[in-house]
Design a protein around this ligand. Structure first.
Ligand code: HEM
Length: 407
């Protein structure tokens, strides 16, 4: 590669060879592609988009499909993973998507979110008390993952004794979406769908018998009984989208929290600025979402020819929409490689855009703001304590381990 020009390097890029090491710091590669081959064609014929305007267009264009029924068939056959993923909101197009999204919106009304905010505050305060007593700890396991697990458990009404199971389910179900999966990985993913289904079916049966016994923040009754134009979620849609809510809101939120702490530790002037002016927490979370987007790459399939800049992407092409690269495009963001928690405007697109824009974006922002705001105020002596370890996955950006000391 030493004598290759940037253009040649960009043309030679192949997403399926983008290895675990490169994935730990993908940003120089994204920049090289954006500058030299922004509508890049991979060896398998799929396209990789890195410019802000192109990624925005890929999310908003009416000819872009998210439906995975054909793509997932050879992978998952007729098994539980196929049922799960092809029923999940995110992998459907209108009219199914439109109807199911309206019904799921019952879980994210301003009233439900207002109920959840004190739940988030309480969970954070309890976690911080525990961490303070420890002095040295690891942020991802001890803090970042614990919050979304509690919040989603509250939303679905999962009893205390079963909450510890959810993270394993989520890992096994999402793990089966990796590009290469062993037969054991597939079986484990299928087992996780079936077990989680059973748990949810029991909870749903109890709520059907006793609709008014919901706890604060719980959304299950609203999802069971909610109607739009006289229609409810079917039993399969209900269960599979409850599973999807855990998967969609779990690792992404944990990564937002871990990535935000890492970002602030890497930019001590910005951390100090936030301590001096806690109101900047809104901007700090937006900047974290921009700078190290938890979901780095989305996907679409073009259902007709679509023009991106000077390139026409032909109908039936598979497209990788690189949110992480778009969020560092200098055509949209001033000085994009540097952290500025007061950035204004900050039109980051970490939650996607258009009809599939993240339904949990307000909740995720609340969780991020409360978790980070309270954390840095509580721990003025926060510092790193050993090597952080980034997860090797290309699609999600987050840490497996982020050890710190607060004494
Ligand atoms: C905090 C970090 C989060 C990030 C960065 C994030 C990111 C995203 C992105 C990029 C999409 C769009 C995918 C696409 O267009 O293909 C999405 C969709 C979705 N997210 Fe999130 N998400 C987060 C948190 C959450 C939470 C907390 C929940 C719920 C508890 C949630 C629920 C959903 C749902 C239901 C969809 C599907 C929307 C649709 O297809 O219409 N997300 N998310």
């Amino acid at each position: 590669m030493a004598n290759m020009s940037n253009l040649e390097m960009a043309k030679a890029f192949n997403l399926s060879d983008f290895d675990n090491v490169a994935a730990r710091d993908p940003f120089p590669t994204y920049r090289m592609l954006r500058e030299n081959d922004p509508v890049h064609r991979n060896a398998d014929g799929s396209y990789f988009l890195t410019r802000y305007d192109d990624v925005v267009q890929s999310f908003k264009h009416p000819a872009m499909s998210s439906d995975k029924k054909i793509a997932f068939k050879p992978r998952f056959g007729d098994g539980p993973l196929y049922t799960h993923h092809t029923t999940s909101l995110v992998f459907n197009d209108p009219p199914i998507h439109t109807r199911v999204r309206k019904l799921l919106a019952a879980a994210f009304t301003p009233r439900k979110l207002a109920e959840l905010e004190p739940v988030v505050e309480r969970v954070i305060d309890e976690l911080l008390d525990k961490l303070e007593a420890l002095g040295d700890f690891e942020i991802i396991e001890d803090y970042a993952l614990a919050l979304p697990t509690q919040v989603i458990s509250d939303m679905l009404g999962v009893p205390e004794g079963q909450r510890h199971l959810l993270r394993g389910y989520s890992n096994l179900i999402l793990g089966a979406l990796d590009p290469v999966v062993s037969p054991e990985g597939l079986r484990a993913g299928e087992g996780a769908v079936l077990e989680f289904e059973e748990m949810l079916n029991e909870l749903i049966a109890k709520r059907r018998e006793n609709p008014d016994s919901s706890q604060i923040g719980e959304v299950l009754s609203a999802l069971i009984f909610g109607e739009v134009d006289g229609e409810r979620l079917s039993p399969v849609e209900l269960v599979q989208n409850c599973i999807f809510l855990l998967n969609a809101g779990h690792e992404t939120t944990a990564n937002l929290i871990g990535n935000s702490i890492d970002m602030l530790l890497g930019a001590p002037d910005q951390l100090q600025r936030l301590r001096d002016d806690p109101e900047l927490i809104h901007g700090a979370i937006e900047e974290s979402l921009r700078y190290q987007s938890p979901l780095q790459i989305g996907n679409r399939k073009a259902m007709e020819d679509v023009v991106f800049g000077e390139t026409t992407i032909p109908a039936r092409s598979f497209i990788h929409c690189c949110i992480a690269a778009a969020n560092r495009d200098p055509a949209q963001f001033y000085d994009p490689e540097n952290v500025n928690i007061a950035r204004n405007p900050n039109r980051q697109i970490a939650f996607g855009l258009g009809k599939h824009i993240c339904m949990g974006n307000t909740l995720g922002r609340i969780e991020g703001r409360v978790a980070i705001g309270k954390f840095i105020q509580r721990f003025p002596n926060l510092k790193r304590n050993g090597d952080a370890q980034l997860s090797p996955r290309v699609r999600f950006r987050g840490f497996d381990k982020l050890p710190v000391s607060v004494t």
